[in-house]
Design a protein around this ligand. Structure first.
Ligand code: GCV
Length: 711
């Protein structure tokens, strides 16, 4: 409802000519191009447009193109000789023939070609979805003011399933959500279709996201009840033209909770029948339903192990129910057990790698980027590359649970790229390549599934993500899901040009700021490989001193292991030996105190306070330097932002500036709280030249945030 009101307001304001810059339009802003020469050039190239084909997908593509051209060019072109010609290859008979066939040959179902043909611009594809993506790509060229007079573009996504995971509950709270409540208003569905649902679909289609899991992995079986499935159906109907499939989370105990059965044992015939009938029921309503995501036997969620069965037994139960309809199961590898004293880093690998080859062909194992839990920086998860017979799906977290939540500007593409580009065998096989069919050496190419999931940062706040710069992470996730070879810099530049301005000063200043922001956050939160120092429950601020929680691995002290000698988790052979889960080449690097990259140092090694690092400084000095650098860099970020006051609209300028003020304050809080705590072990002074922490350790320990959002 919040957005309904705002959508109307935006519409009204636009009608009267002055834009309300509240961020609702995301990167799909189609204001008239300000650069006069560019505008003339585009008006010359785009004198008209013709659509061939009538499908619902082509209709939404047409609507988008018309809205965009009318805005960008000042009015909708018609009638001139230089046309934009749009349609599926088979619907462009008068132009077909060798040129188009050649261009579209390898594009599969979602790829597209955009090329210049005798003064016309052709946007074509094998399928409707490709045409839609081609239109959005063409619009991006205009929005970012690229040359369009001689185009020859062929694009297709590297991964087939590019999915947002909403951790949204049916009561509209959002687990780790920092942008208000869920955008799904289950209470008013199925009758009331909030306009934001359509804008959500447009935004996702514009970056190639083709699936959405509507509900939290900490699942509620109710969503599988007939009345909720009716609500799911209308969302699926609405998203279908945008090439977006709907998926749901399946609570493993649903046969008991909804079906009244005495068990959810995956080998029980009545349970199998229940899931089969449930799948049939879903597909009657949603014929292209994507499938289920499951979190099982993890953090209190029910699962097959309750019945002495394996994760493969559980996944296969659901896979068999979905298979006749073409659905898939995304079974999460995020498991760790309270009873298991093994280093948490090792537990998912230990449970899943022995199951390689035991999953049905329509099961993907969904693996978080790192082995612990979406920390500001983690080494790549050792499962990547270790299950060659199982399609693995990457899970990133777009919502910033451990990275300052909704108030810190942290551009996540560099962090994701670091993992995707990680060399898993020392021979150049990257994590990204392990997600591709060619990386799944033992799976027949025809049956292989590929995919990537991102935990959404979207809520019902007017600007969707709570913070304008949170939109950049949604955007970056989609772009990397489409093509993980894109650089963080290119993605940032696209987003900035579409969202803020094409002016060089704005683009360059903010690109620099965004690209450095992840390292900055790591520096003021968890430098040198430290991890999980966050306070309990909400994970908002620092709490490195916490060590009294019932499960050992819930405590920050479990992860940093600070003592009088030093700090860091020894995961080498002398410690937990988690390093043994990596390939020999990676082991050789990580296990060597000398060769281990400093960014992972304390992740894998317990290092003495007085030991010298590469800089020649002692560990303590370097730790202090990084914490201070992080806080200083945030102050610089704010100064950079303020230098653009005249270039950015008043509303967004003020809103971002206020957020940066929060981040500046909190970076110091992180720095001072962590250093005053670690100082109790190192017994060393903060080096000369650094301002002293504002308070003593007790002060930081007493800070309390009972209502931090996103619990
Ligand atoms: C959905 C972390 C988060 C939980 C989340 C879990 C998961 O532990 O703190 O909120 O639960 O990851 O990914 O399942």
């Amino acid at each position: 409802m919040v957005k309904t009101f705002w959508t109307l307001l935006v519409g009204l304001v636009l009608a009267f000519g002055a834009a309300a810059e509240n961020g609702y339009r995301l990167w799909l802003r189609y204001d008239k191009i300000g650069d006069a020469a560019m505008l003339v050039q585009y008006q010359e190239r785009i004198q008209g447009y013709r659509f061939f084909g009538e499908s619902p997908t082509l209709q939404v593509a047409k609507k988008e193109l018309e809205m965009a051209l009318a805005g960008l060019l000042g009015n909708l072109p018609s009638g001139g000789s230089n046309q934009v010609i749009i349609g599926k290859k088979t619907d462009l008979p008068q132009l077909s023939g060798i040129a188009i066939s050649l261009k579209t040959k390898d594009l599969d179902k979602e790829g597209f070609a955009i090329f210049t043909h005798q003064e016309n611009t052709i946007i074509t594809a094998n399928d409707d979805a490709g045409v839609l993506y081609g239109v959005f790509h063409f619009l991006r060229l205009l929005q970012t003011q690229q040359e369009i007079s001689n185009l020859n573009i062929l694009e297709k996504p590297k991964l087939d399933r590019r999915i947002l995971n909403h951790w949204d509950n049916l009561d509209r709270t959002v687990e780790r959500g920092y942008a208000g409540f869920s955008i799904w208003n289950w209470h008013t569905l199925p009758e009331y279709l909030d306009p934001s649902y359509t804008d959500y679909a447009r935004a996702n289609a514009s970056i190639g996201i083709n699936g959405t899991v509507l509900t939290n992995v900490n699942a509620n079986a109710l969503v599988l009840r007939p009345d909720y499935l009716e609500k799911v159906k209308v969302l699926a109907d609405l998203f279908r033209p945008y090439n977006i499939k709907v998926y749901l989370t399946a609570r493993f105990s649903a046969p008991i909770e909804l079906g009244g059965l005495a068990t959810a044992d995956p080998l029980d015939p009545a349970v199998q029948q229940w899931w089969k009938e449930k799948a049939d029921e879903i597909y009657r309503l949603v014929p292209d339903f994507g499938g289920f995501v499951v979190k099982a036997n993890s953090e209190g969620q029910p699962g097959p192990q309750v019945y002495g069965r394996s994760h493969a037994d559980g996944a296969n139960l659901l896979a068999d129910a979905l298979a006749p309809h073409g659905g898939i199961v995304m079974w999460r590898a995020f498991v760790y057990s309270a009873e298991d004293a093994t280093d948490r880093h090792k537990q998912a690998y230990n449970e899943f790698v022995p199951l390689d080859g035991n999953f049905r062909p329509n099961v993907m194992v969904q693996v978080k980027n790192g082995p612990i839990d979406f920390q500001p920086r983690e080494p790549a998860h050792p499962i990547f590359g270790a299950m060659p017979k199982t399609p693995l799906m990457m899970e990133f977290q777009i919502t910033q649970e451990y990275l300052g939540q909704g108030t810190h500007l942290v551009y996540l593409a560099p962090m994701w790229k670091e993992v995707l580009d990680f060399d898993i065998d020392g021979k150049g096989s990257t994590v990204a390549s392990s997600l591709l069919p060619t990386g799944q050496a033992s799976i027949p190419q025809t049956s292989s599934l590929t995919g990537i999931a991102g935990v959404a940062n979207i809520g019902n706040d007017i600007n969707w993500t709570g913070y304008h710069f949170g939109q950049a992470n949604w955007y970056a996730f989609g772009r990397l899901a489409w093509n993980s070879d894109l650089s963080s810099e290119k993605i940032a530049e696209e987003w900035l040009r579409m969202t803020f301005s094409n002016k060089k000063t704005v683009v360059e200043t903010l690109k620099t700021l965004m690209l450095a922001s992840h390292e900055t956050c790591v520096n003021y939160m968890t430098p040198l490989g430290l991890h999980h120092l966050m306070a309990t429950g909400h994970h908002y601020g620092p709490g490195p001193w916490i060590g009294d929680l019932s499960r050992p691995e819930w405590n920050p002290t479990y992860y940093h292991r600070a003592d009088e000698k030093g700090v860091g988790f020894d995961r080498t052979a002398t410690g937990s030996n988690a390093i043994s889960q990596y390939s020999p080449a990676v082991q050789a690097i990580f296990s060597s105190r000398q060769h281990c990259p400093e960014k992972y140092l304390l992740w894998f090694h317990h290092v003495g306070w007085g030991e010298k690092l590469a800089s020649g400084k002692t560990l303590w000095e370097e730790l202090c330097r990084r914490y201070y650098q992080g806080a200083t860099d945030v102050a610089d970020m704010r100064r950079s932002w303020q230098s653009l006051k005249k270039e950015v609209d008043e509303q967004r300028f003020q809103e971002v500036d206020m957020m940066l003020q929060i981040q500046e304050k909190e970076a110091k809080w992180w720095r001072d709280a962590c250093l005053t705590y670690f100082q109790t072990f190192s017994k060393m002074e903060i080096p000369e030249g650094f301002e002293k922490p504002a308070h003593d350790l007790d002060f930081y320990k007493k800070l309390d945030y009972p209502y931090a959002p996103g619990h």
